[in-house]
Write a protein that binds this ligand. Sequence first.
Ligand SMILES: Cc1ncc(COP(=O)(O)O)c(C=O)c1O
Length: 354
Amino acid sequence: MSRFWNDRVRGLTPYTPGEQPKLENLVKLNTNENPFGPSPQVIAAIKGVLDEGLRLYPDPDGQSLRRAIADWYQVTPQQVFLGNGSDEVLAHIFQGLFQTGQPVLFPDITYSFYPVYCGLYGLEAVTVPLDEGFRIDPAGFRQANGGVIFPNPNAPTGCLLPLAQVEEILQANPHRVVVVDEAYVDFGGESAIALVDRYDNLLVTQTLSKSRSLAGLRVGFAVGHEDLIAGLERVKNSFNSYPLDRLALAGAEAAFADGEYFQYTRNAVIAEREKLELGLQALGFNVLPSAANFLFVRHPEHDGAGLVQGLRQRGVIVRHFNKPRIDQYLRITVGTPEQNISLLDALPLVINEM
Ligand SMILES: Cc1ncc(COP(=O)(O)O)c(C=O)c1O
């Protein structure tokens, strides 16, 4: 605490990112990064712009990347907004498109950045409990609100809400923006981008951090009605006109150009997820059905925090949330075949020692 902090900063509860350990040789399964590297075409494209052109500012509107994303999803560039990671896109949405005076609604178990943005922008929040199977219940989103947001698949559960139920939530809130955060949708979901031309209150966010293996490049985007996008542009141009640098723009565009690599790595992650799920079940874990690149699991007989601690001592790091309803769960990112085997080999030893 410093006497120079203003009241807003004193009241903040910032987000705690997953650990990025300095030690090498750890099996790092804690922050849902893609275990496979980015497309070689992405690396080549970034190298291709590493020249004296860096003295110039990048395109403030990222027109070329917007067109590439628009072509991928069969929408117009005016329906696409870019940000420095989808976290920045989300921040602008909370600031510019959610109404004050009524609470923002999101699930009780969800991405823990949402309450942080409410705190930052002075928005009230109300959480809607997941059902006993940890699924989102559309009925909970019928109450008065200033906006709605949920990930699909949800995080950290990995559970998918079918598009018909996403539509129920959209139809119940015609006068409020409903944000579907699709950070993990490429690993098993059906994107709500298919619905943007039918619902002017729908905004879908996605990221290149997961399915396109570019967490280090920081590129995210939103797709929705062009009036929503124009509102986000107003916020962005009142904050930072150049959120994406020249390297990020070039790399991201190349990622969309290499559809073959995207399909290959996404299928590999899905196949590994299925193998890992079977391996964990064989060790007695309950595994929630996941459409993401991670699994949310608990062991009926062993304490969650103890398992996380024991794994850590054996060089395997997974994520644990010390929060109501989920403190017995581990969130495990799907790794390479070798990493997943290391985890499955370490677990019986950890359990034995408990
Ligand atoms: C549900 C969800 N949304 C958004 C993000 C942010 O992703 P990024 O800022 O890397 O695009 C994450 C990151 O883990 C996430 O889990």
